[in-house]
Structure formats: C-alpha cells, structure tokens
Ligand binder design. Sequence first.
Ligand SMILES: [Zn+2]
Length: 79
Amino acid sequence: MKAMTCKQLGGACDKIFHANSFDEIAGMSKQHAMEMFQKKDAAHLKAMNDMQELMKKPEAMKAWFENKKREFEAFPEER
Ligand SMILES: [Zn+2]
C-alpha cells in the first residue's frame, strides 16, 4: 500500500488515499473530486478547472500523468 494526498494528485486538500497501484489511487482521487464537485467546494472546483485546462493539451496531460505515476512508484511502501 502507498499513500498520496489529494493535493499531490492535482486536487486541493490533504485527504490521504491509500492504494496498491497508481491507477487505483487515480480512480479514488477522481471519485473524491466528483464528491467535492457536487458539494461545490471552491478549492476543488478551481483544481478541477486547472485539470480541465491541462486535459486540452493531451501531451501535457500525458506528461503530468507519467510524472505522478513515477512519483507514486518512488514512494516507499507503507507498513
Ligand atoms: Zn480533496
């Protein structure tokens, strides 16, 4: 298990997600973002906006994703 915060995943708060793979943790942060979106949390709305800007540039999005994935893989395993 590894842990990453909402912020580290492009979000806006310090909520911690735990997962065994990057795809899993990315899915968790996405779900959390949707929940915060429904609650109209201003900080998360802004973070999602920035994310959507990034998604307009597939190359930049891909680089961001690869970067985060490497970051996740470099983290030590939790005990
Ligand atoms: Zn969050």
